[in-house]
Design a protein around this ligand. Sequence first.
Ligand code: FCB
Length: 465
Amino acid sequence: MTSMKRFPSDFVWGAATSAYQIEGAAREDGRGESIWDRFASEPGRISDGSDASVACDHYHRFEEDLDVLQWLGVRAYRFSIAWPRVLPTGRGAVNERGLDFYDRLVDRLLARGIEPFVTLNHWDLPQALHDEGGWPARDTVGAFVAYAEVVMRRLGDRVRRVCTHNEPWCISTLGFGKGEHAPGERSWPRALAAAHHLLLSHGLAVEAIRAVAPAARVGIVLNLVPTEPASPSEADQEAARAFDGSFNRWFLDPLYGRGYPLDVVFDHVRAGHLPHAELPFVHEGDLRAIATRTDYLGVNYYSRAVLRSTTVPEDDNAPVTVRAADDRTDMGWEVAPGGLLAVLRRVHADYAPPRIYITENGAAYGTAPDASGRVRDLPRQRYLWTHFAAAHAAIEDGIPLAGYFLWSLLDNFEWGEGYSKRFGLVWVDYATQARVAKDSAHLCRHIIRENALTELEHDLARVQP
Ligand code: FCB
């Protein structure tokens, strides 16, 4: 007798992508330059020297990709709108051909019975706006709100779920603090200002979106990393507090009405990132705007962090772990499904969003097609299955987890890693643009259809294609 973990009948299974990572057609139909086009063109920025000017050529092949979504059986598709396609210089005249692409995409999704789940900002800020100051400048807030209105005025009659920003931590910390992402700067004061303007523009856009598209459910997507000390020692606990503070609470606290966490403010003052504990970029009324009620929180989960005081994580997105170090994905991220349950429990207990979606979860493994063309990506199947089980446990706990989006539908341009890391359920041969559903795609299709898990070995045996 196999045990059965059944998901609620209205559970939203989905897959996710983002515009810059898959679309290509970087110079077509009036699209403007984004900060990622510029960043990728600078020598040494992308590990394999590539850029996303072609990527998965999704702009031309989207019907084929929607066929795959339909075959998978997902109820929803999370994709992002490229701001520089819609407003090539970030504000002003609308490029109708750019907006037409998303209009068609939405219609074709709905015709297949797949709900569009739109991300407005998945990192590809128009370069012209950056040249005017970008996220560290307060003016960008108004530009984002106006862009959100343009998009939702056009799509809001059909798009019911929308999120403002994807992972403000990555945009601010990796883009302006660590220089690993576009625009590649290293200035903590600018990173903190960027984070604030992202949050503020989110809050103001929530209201603006509701005004033009009253049926829309609006949220934001955070990458959250559950954090533990490596030992009960005071020093390790202090390391964990600081990491959790800058990674998670810096965003969650203001979004849920608590303002910026004071302990982290003092960390920044001590480190010389801020002149004093009064944040220079926070104006009267900002915190109220940031805390505008949302309909859901999107959580992107990949791994956990175990902090040791002697360990300075070189890459906060790949926290140095001190346990289970042998089980890692190609990104070097520890496989830690328990961390997904931990982070959902924490968000529910401490912030209580009315709904939560796992807006991204998945793993990079490079398993290539074998001689017969089949991609036997067993590590990814194990990764996904164990994370599905964690999601199920969260629902059993009474956490309002409403859906789960697989990252990603396709292998794609993995930012600073270029094409060297493959997160897709579908293998992409970049030379021919051929797509091959990996074994993990077959497993997901089976689980989505059953809307249940049995046991890993049992589910795997059911789907050998
Ligand atoms: C997240 C990003 C997404 C993808 C995954 C692996 O941080 O939102 O675009 O790169 O990581």
